[in-house]
Design a protein around this ligand. Structure first.
Ligand SMILES: Cc1cc2nc3c(=O)[nH]c(=O)nc-3n(C[C@H](O)[C@H](O)[C@H](O)COP(=O)(O)OP(=O)(O)OC[C@H]3O[C@@H](n4cnc5c(N)ncnc54)[C@H](O)[C@@H]3O)c2cc1C
Length: 419
């Protein structure tokens, strides 16, 4: 085994920089992984790029502007008013391109710094077999593109891109299906099955995203059966657990137990969860208890507990830490170090979204960890819901945008001073 301590020790004396920001207060883990090194974080961005990003994050940092902007874009789309000029800079920052070919440049740029790409087809809300089959074909192309190419780490899909949501909801609820619904469900299973089989055959691990609780029951069943089928000896299929749900830590425990008893590997992408407000509203509207944790601290506690649990059960549980949270990222890195694991242990990966938390992705790979970016792609028009969500999420999670902005400002300042 390579001398891991060397990799970490080299960083022991690197302290957080004097202009570091409060959220990254020094800790044991800071001494091994610099997450406030903006030079490394933004080495792949030109200075004009950074100025554009500063301007953009300044705009989306304001909840009022985002609300107004999102409304205006939706209205313009309905009225057929061209919005490309306004959306292009945002698209360029958060998306790889309009198709796979157009995204290869981004994959190349990232890989120059050891950051791998997860091509993420961004079209959403499709219905009808034609569109669902087309989505399956698109996702298949991402798997084929990634085969044997180490610029790519994983592939990914959302089951809702392959099924009507109503059907997913019915299946999840165990409702009786009409014969044509049962046939439609078989076609959904077939699409999922084809993608997972290709991922296994081409050795491009695939992550199945987590969605709203009313869709997730059916997604869990599909994901579990795919893991049972393909994760023998290697982990090719990953499900996703949202730790903002109060039942998901126990679910991860059960999944690991099942995998261990049956001799396969559970692959879990750990995330906090993206649909909190929607979940709470829906539960309130239906008069049922919310599936979401009572507060952020409870979500953070379960997320970090899931990291610890995984670190102690890596024989049958492999993880992708899908998070922009600096404390959790440092906690996982530190947990690996204290257990004597190599930073590039194949059972653990970190992932962030393109255009966000570059300070994590690029500093992680600079320290030898495995980090990858979701690189969404698709026609600009179809990526709009994704872009609006990015902007809304950035304002609603409180702080992420100002964090991005602060890091960009620091790097611009650093470059100016260095000139
Ligand atoms: C690579 C990657 C893949 C992802 N895949 C998925 C996916 O498949 N499915 C999915 O749903 N999301 C996914 N996400 C989004 C993710 O769930 C989070 O919304 C986002 O990453 C913010 O959480 P965080 O851990 O980065 O950081 P933080 O900023 O520390 O956490 C914010 C999150 O904490 C939770 N939270 C905030 N306030 C409260 C509160 N009052 N009570 C309870 N919880 C609260 C919410 O989940 C919120 O999004 C993914 C994110 C990444 C980076």
């Amino acid at each position: 085994m390579a001398d891991v301590s060397g990799i970490f020790a080299a960083r022991v004396w690197l302290m957080t920089s004097p202009n570091s920001i409060p959220n990254s207060a020094p800790s044991a883990a800071d001494s091994l992984l610099r997450i406030d090194d903006t030079r490394t974080a933004f080495a792949h961005r030109s200075t004009p790029d950074l100025h554009r990003a500063k301007w953009m994050f300044g705009l989306i940092g304001s909840p009022q502007l985002v609300r107004l902007g999102a409304g205006a874009v939706r209205l313009a789309l309905r009225l057929g008013i061209p919005m490309r000029w306004a959306l292009q800079p945002v698209f360029d920052y958060f998306c790889g391109g309009e198709d796979i070919q157009g995204s290869l440049g981004t994959a190349q740029d990232l890989s120059a710094y050891g950051v791998q790409t997860i091509l993420d087809y961004s079209a959403e809300g499709q219905t009808g077999d034609g569109a669902l089959d087309a989505a399956r074909d698109q996702i298949m192309s991402t798997i084929v593109t990634a085969e044997g190419d180490d610029r790519f780490a994983f592939s990914v899909f959302k089951v809702s891109a392959l099924s009507d949501n109503d059907l997913l909801e019915k299946v999840g609820a165990g409702a009786h299906l009409q014969p044509e619904e049962a046939q439609a469900w078989q076609r959904v299973e077939q699409r999922v099955s084809e993608l997972c089989a290709a991922a296994a055959e081409k050795q491009v691990p695939v992550m199945i995203d987590a969605e709203e609780t009313w869709l997730q029951g059916a997604i869990d069943t599909l994901a579990e059966s795919m893991m049972q089928r393909h994760n023998h000896g290697a982990c090719r299929v990953f499900t996703t657990a949202q730790l903002y749900r109060h039942d998901r830590l126990a679910y991860i425990h059960r999944l690991e137990e099942l995998a261990r008893s049956e001799g396969w590997i559970a692959g879990v992408k750990l995330v906090r969860g993206a649909y909190m407000e929607k979940e709470r509203d829906q539960a309130a509207a239906q008069g049922r208890p919310s599936p979401i944790q009572p507060d952020k601290a409870a979500t953070d506690r379960d997320f970090d507990a899931a990291l610890d649990f995984a670190l102690d059960h890596l024989d049958h549980l492999h993880i992708v830490c899908g998070s922009h949270n600096e404390k959790s990222t440092l906690k996982l890195a530190e947990g690996m170090r204290t257990r004597g694991l190599q930073p590039d242990d194949h059972r653990i990966a970190f992932a962030q979204l393109l255009g966000m938390s570059d300070n994590l992705s690029f500093n992680l790979t600079a320290s030898g960890f495995r980090a990858a970016k979701y690189v969404p792609y698709g026609p600009l028009k179809e990526a709009i819901p994704y872009l609006i969500r990015r902007a809304e999420e950035n304002t609603s999670v409180g702080g992420q945008t100002s964090r991005e902005l602060e890091l960009i400002r620091q790097e611009i300042k650093r470059r100016k001073a260095a000139q």
